[in-house]
Write a protein that binds this ligand. Structure first.
Ligand code: HEC
Length: 228
């Protein structure tokens, strides 16, 4: 191995490329190499060089990022942020109590109800009754809840117009809180002005009616008369 390397240095494969040692380091050659190196160097300058715009931009971007980071993670520079006891107090309060949320109700309505009753709450003439201004949505919240949980079938008069169709038990598969939010939304959207609905009320109604078929308008009216 060693021998071979030694050999190849002393006997180059191409004898023409071999030059006498003295010529490689002659004065002329040295000066030429030096002047080449000198040409590739930058000219010396007086004073300070200006900072490239790119670097200035990078610094500004970093400053901006740092500002955003501090705003988000400084915890208002409050010492209590790192007070473990304070954290414990928050954790001890348990899950937040339910509050009727019409905005959540609106999203659920779009998925569960709007295909028939429309996002406008106006329904479809002769097919789907309106919820906007409907006397069935106003007043006793138990009526609204029952319709959503169990559905409704047969003849029903809404705002002076008679419908005879079929609404499935859309709410049967939804959580109490979801039904409460939908009910709150339909009772307060499109100019409706009825009270919000709590999840506990939905649970209560769900338990009282059990698993059952759709309501008729007559049955609903006998349990929750419409007061005008
Ligand atoms: C598949 C279509 C359909 C869907 C989905 C639907 N409904 Fe209905 N809904 C009807 C029909 C049809 C009636 C009238 C039933 C009848 O003729 O007895 C009705 C009646 C009602 C009524 C009583 C009448 C009135 O206009 O006020 C209310 C309140 C109501 N629906 C609310 C809802 C809510 C809230 C949802 C969503 C959770 C919903 N409906 C989903 C078709 C639907």
């Amino acid at each position: 191995m060693n021998d071979r390397r030694h050999d190849s240095r002393n006997q180059p494969r191409n004898p023409a490329s071999r030059r006498p040692f003295a010529e490689d380091f002659s004065d002329g050659k040295l000066t030429e190499v030096h002047s080449q190196l000198a040409r590739e160097k930058e000219e010396p300058q007086e004073g300070f060089a200006t900072i490239p715009v790119f670097i200035v931009f990078v610094f500004c971007a970093f400053g901006f990022w740092a500002g955003v980071y501090l705003t988000r993670n400084s915890g208002d520079f409050s010492a209590a942020t790192f007070d473990l006891d304070a954290v414990k107090v928050v954790a001890d309060t348990g899950p937040k109590a339910f509050e009727p949320d019409a905005a959540k109700g609106e999203k659920l309505f779009a998925i569960q109800c709007a295909s028939c009753h429309q996002a406008t709450g106006l329904g479809q003439p002769g097919v789907y009754p309106p919820l906007a201004g409907s006397e069935w949505v106003a007043g006793d919240e138990a009526r609204t809840i029952k319709i959503i949980l169990a559905g409704m079938v047969g003849e029903v008069e809404v705002k002076g117009v008679t419908y005879n169709n079929n609404m499935p038990n859309v709410g049967a598969g939804l959580k109490d809180s979801q039904v409460a939010n939908i009910a709150t939304y339909v009772r307060q959207a499109w100019g409706n002005t009825s009270s919000p609905v709590m999840d506990t009320k939905v649970a209560e109604v769900r338990k009282s009616i059990g698993a059952r078929g759709q309501y008729s308008a007559k049955e609903l009216l006998s349990e929750h008369p419409i007061t005008k």
